[in-house]
Write a protein that binds this ligand. Structure first.
Ligand code: TYD
Ligand code: MG
Length: 462
């Protein structure tokens, strides 16, 4: 194929340059020029926005009145892996494009191989494009997963044009591209994995999906910082974005929907990595608790709500003498929020950690974003500072505001019931979340409106 000329387009202003420059000649921004194919068929909106191709719009498109457009619900094909279907909103959608991101080694290839095999067994044609591993390596993984009789078509290829030609000839129901970072297009000179290549290739694959009805799944790597040319630049392009979370040292993995044009977000799927691949965990509420035989200082169990299911997660804090510039570190929780909670603890409850290192960790590699974790984090910090454990069977949740007020968490009753079901016996929760009538069997509930009250309640439990 003849090499098309490429242009460099500024991501800030859309200005173009025939060669790469450190500084955009149009707006002067640094490091914003990204290579794009110059042909009109290529991806990206660069030139279209700037006039030269308006002639192509000559044939006007038909208009339709919104109320007359049939709002047909999309047909979904369940993958057969219940936890995956849960995050997808019921299954894969024809013509839908899904991006699955996650750290290397977390289980993306494993999950997708299991999913395409299940779909193939259900009578769908499935194609697995591998750019990272050879066909033999994929076959070895399949053996390990007990899928040695799998009829899934495998193609070891990284050149976009060849992949598209094969997809077009075979028209599979689902195609997995593992991974988008290894695919490159002939039209660009940038290296595979660069922003330009990743974007260009994903755009072509997306267009193919929409035109053919093939469901396309793109695999992308992210680093812990979410950096690297990869999934982040694709999020707006695709229909569904799933992220794998979890500590590669523990066996549990979470798959979280960040964006879903065909279903609810915030839903999570929970898996356990076993000797024979990923197995769904249908009742995940107790998997993120570590087993202490006796309560230890600095540990509080939080009842968090993920999607439609409450989960209990142990929050650990360690407060220790720091040097002249004490550190604040958090794993699985937001660091800025930690700084804020420490200030609230000091100002409203007189708990001072100014000269102390403070470390906070959500056990099991879960990432907790909901503010309802505040109260548990603060009680864990106070407990570590005092060197006193909370009582056995203790749970907490609730958001804490800058004025020291404890605000209710959504669906408090469900959280309390789940905790009671798992045998927890003492709770400190926002007043508005305490049961209005009757009690929850087996659970003593201390309802609080302010952070000082929560700490008083803890002392009364000693
Ligand atoms: P993999 O799917 O290759 O990760 P990714 O595609 O996200 O990079 O998973 C690799 C890890 O999973 C590897 O460390 C081995 C482990 N694993 C199992 O524990 N059991 C299995 O059955 C398989 C296939 C992998
Ligand atoms: Mg892989």
């Amino acid at each position: 194929m003849a090499k098309e000329k490429s242009v460099y387009v500024c991501t800030e202003c859309g200005g173009t340059s025939p060669k790469w420059l450190g500084k955009c000649p149009s707006c002067g921004a640094w490091n914003t020029l990204i290579e794009q194919a110059a042909s009109p068929a290529a991806a990206g909106g660069g030139q279209n926005r700037f006039g030269t191709q308006f002639a192509a719009l000559a044939g006007a498109s038909d208009l339709a009145v919104l109320s007359e457009i049939e709002a047909s619900d999309v047909a979904r094909t369940p993958t057969g892996l219940d936890e995956l279907d849960r995050v997808l909103g019921g299954g894969i959608v024809a013509g839908g494009v899904t991006l699955i991101g996650g750290d290397p080694g977390i289980g993306k290839s494993t999950l997708l191989l299991q999913a395409v095999d299940a779909l193939q067994n259900a009578g769908q044609i499935a194609l697995y494009v591998t750019g990272e591993e050879s066909g033999a390596q994929v076959a070895m993984r399949a053996r390990r997963l007990g899928l040695e009789r799998s009829q899934v078509q495998v193609m070891a290829e990284i050149q976009l044009e060849k992949i598209l030609a094969t997809l077009d000839a075979n028209r599979p129901a689902i195609a997995v591209i593992d991974s988008i970072q290894t695919v490159y297009s002939d039209q660009l000179t940038s290296a595979p994995g660069s922003v330009a290549q990743v974007r260009e290739c994903a755009a072509h694959l997306t267009r193919f999906a929409k035109a053919s009805g093939t469901a396309v799944v793109l695999v992308g790597h992210v680093t812990k910082e979410g950096a690297l040319a990869g999934p982040r630049v694709l999020e707006h392009m695709v229909d569904t974005v799933l992220y794998f979370e979890g500590d590669t040292h523990s066996s549990f993995r979470l798959v979280r929907a960040i964006k879903n044009r065909f279903g609810a977000v915030n839903e999570i799927g929970v898996f356990a990595m076993t000797e024979r691949g990923l197995r769904g965990v249908a009742n995940p509420s107790a998997i993120f608790l570590s087993q202490h035989s006796e309560p230890v200082p600095g540990s509080v169990v939080l009842v968090t709500l993920e999607g439609t299911r409450p989960m209990l997660v142990e929050i650990q804090a360690l407060v220790d003498d720091g040097g002249p510039s004490p550190r604040r570190l958090s794993v699985g929780l937001e660091r800025d929020r930690l700084a804020m909670l420490l200030a609230v603890l000091h100002r409203h409850a007189g708990v001072a950690c100014m000269d102390q290192d403070v470390f906070v960790n959500a056990v099991g590699g879960v990432r907790i974003t909901e503010p309802a974790a505040d109260l548990a984090v603060m009680l864990a910090i106070a407990s570590s500072l005092r060197g006193k454990p909370l009582p056995k069977g203790f749970i907490a949740f609730g958001e804490v505001g800058l004025a020291g007020e404890v605000r209710p968490a959504p669906r408090g009753q469900e959280r309390l019931k789940e905790a009671a079901k798992l045998g927890f016996s003492v709770a400190i929760v926002p007043k508005a979340n305490a049961p209005k009538k009757g009690a929850i069997e087996g659970l003593t509930i201390h309802a609080v409106e302010r952070i000082e009250q929560a700490l008083d309640a803890v002392r009364s439990l000693d």
